[in-house]
Design a protein around this ligand. Structure first.
Ligand SMILES: [Zn+2]
Ligand SMILES: [Zn+2]
Length: 375
């Protein structure tokens, strides 16, 4: 992630009546209007299908755009993709991408401390939505935002015209469909009001529930947890322990079977040449983090892990050599060497040997781990 120079500079946040209205007034209006929409026959199947589709694209605009592209710079996207995520993301009413990404970078830099805007140590509700009652000044954000974001003309366009873009994206699109289907009330209540509430609270759950419930798979130092159930509602963002440990990775669920539609979208766009430079954490680093965390869990239970440590260190050195070999193979390929070349054949053979060593050491490590683990 580039430019973190302003992340120690804390915004002055004051109580925001606009935000309070959004957090409390919108649900009240939605609850009050729903029986009316029901009685007038506005709650049609088309309305619910529309709301689901809009929630899906809007949610992906937040996760793929606001989060993984702008906050973390985990890949690059062409202007068309950036435009769509900025336009659709604005409708989720979670602030401009500039302010969202800035807050989020502070969250990662100062996680679980006073400086973390959605510090879970201040309680579940504070992290979920309490912090949103207080907002920083938009001009402050513009002056202090990281320069890589300020250099993006589309990000600044969205920031400076945020309210208008947000209203069109939040309400304009559903109302247009309401006109087309001759059902303004139904599309407004479900397609605009309930949809935005659903999307918002799904996002809020990542700051609250994903810092409370689930598994710490890659690090025990942070409160972030991996939770596949949350991932299901949040387009893959539930693998939050992985994300906090490897925040520059464009994936949150890194295994192919992990439910992470955001990574699939970024990957598909990459296939069509619309995104590039997708950042992946090397497999070896992930494996080691996993082993170290498991070992730490045993130590926390007062178990002597000396025998396991020896195997972990062996694995560390095997993986380091393995990484270097892969690098030299890549370098050889770049120099134009092909299969059949003596040097390439040699390196490939060594890589195969290391793969076997890695497998065997991991098996030994697991046997040792199981024998130490309390039954
Ligand atoms: Zn993040
Ligand atoms: Zn987090």
């Amino acid at each position: 992630m580039s430019n973190q120079s302003n992340l120690n500079n804390q915004p002055q946040k004051t109580f925001s009546f606009t935000n309070a209205f959004f957090l409390l007034g919108i649900p009240a209006i939605a609850i009050a209007m729903t029986p009316w929409a029901y009685k007038s026959g506005g709650l049609t199947t088309a309305v619910f299908i529309y709301a689901f589709i809009h929630y899906f694209v809007e949610g992906l605009a937040i996760t793929a755009g606001y989060h993984r592209l702008f906050a973390h710079r985990s890949y690059k996207a062409n202007p068309l993709v950036r435009f769509f995520v900025l336009f659709l993301g604005a409708g989720a009413m979670q602030n401009s991408a500039l302010m969202w990404a800035h807050d989020h970078r502070i969250h990662h830099r100062h996680e679980d401390t006073e400086k973390d805007p959605y510090n879970i140590k201040k309680g579940f509700w504070w992290a979920h939505m309490g912090w949103i009652f207080f907002a920083s000044n938009s001009n402050w954000a513009e002056e202090n935002a990281p320069s890589d974001l300020k250099a993006d003309k589309l990000v600044m366009w969205q920031h400076r015209n945020y309210l208008l873009i947000a209203l069109v994206s939040w309400m304009g699109i559903p109302l247009l469909f309401g006109l087309l289907f001759d059902n303004i009330l139904g599309f407004f209540v479900v397609g605009a009001l309930w949809r935005v509430l659903w999307t918002s609270h799904c996002t809020y759950l990542i700051n609250s529930a994903a810092h409370c419930f689930g598994k710490a798979t890659y690090t025990l130092k942070l409160t972030a947890k991996d939770n596949w159930f949350l991932a299901f509602f949040t387009f893959g963002e539930g693998y939050h322990n992985f994300h906090h440990k490897f925040q520059a990775d464009y994936r949150n669920g890194f295994r192919w079977w992990h439910y992470d539609p955001t990574k699939w979208l970024i990957g598909t766009l990459n296939f069509f040449g619309m995104t590039s430079q997708l950042n992946r954490t090397p497999e070896e680093k992930i494996l080691l983090a996993q082993m170290r965390t498991k070992q730490k869990l045993l130590e926390n239970e007062g178990i002597n892990t000396q025998s396991l440590e020896a195997l972990t260190l062996r694995m560390e050195s095997i993986l380091e050599d393995f990484r270097k070999l892969k690098q030299s193979l890549e370098a050889a390929k770049k120099r134009g060497y092909k299969r059949g070349n003596e040097m390439v054949t040699q390196v490939m053979q060594q890589i195969e040997d290391y793969k076997t060593q890695r497998e065997n050491t991991y098996k030994q490590w697991m046997t040792q781990f199981r024998s130490l683990r309390p039954q």
